[in-house]
Design a protein. Sequence first.
Length: 102
Amino acid sequence: MSHVAPTSHRRASRASHRGHRSEDGPIQVTTWLGLTFAFVVGLVLTSRAHVGVHAAGVTLLVMLVPLTVAVFGTAFRRGLGSGKAALTTAVALALVLLKFFL
């Protein structure tokens, strides 16, 4: 006869995991400023002559671009929060995209 585990150790499904997630509100200012700061650091690193430092900057920027696009996508659904901080991040993203494509 096989052993049947008791059901008391199983977790009940939580109500928060069902259906649609609740809205968390607009994107915080610190998120926008953090992304902008990371873009500036990446641009500074890519301007360095050392191959490893330059490669680290390029890697950082390549990882930040899709993340920033995702944050903007979420922001359009939930609200931008601070428009000035979002605009600053958009300018930094535009500079990075211009650097890559021009």
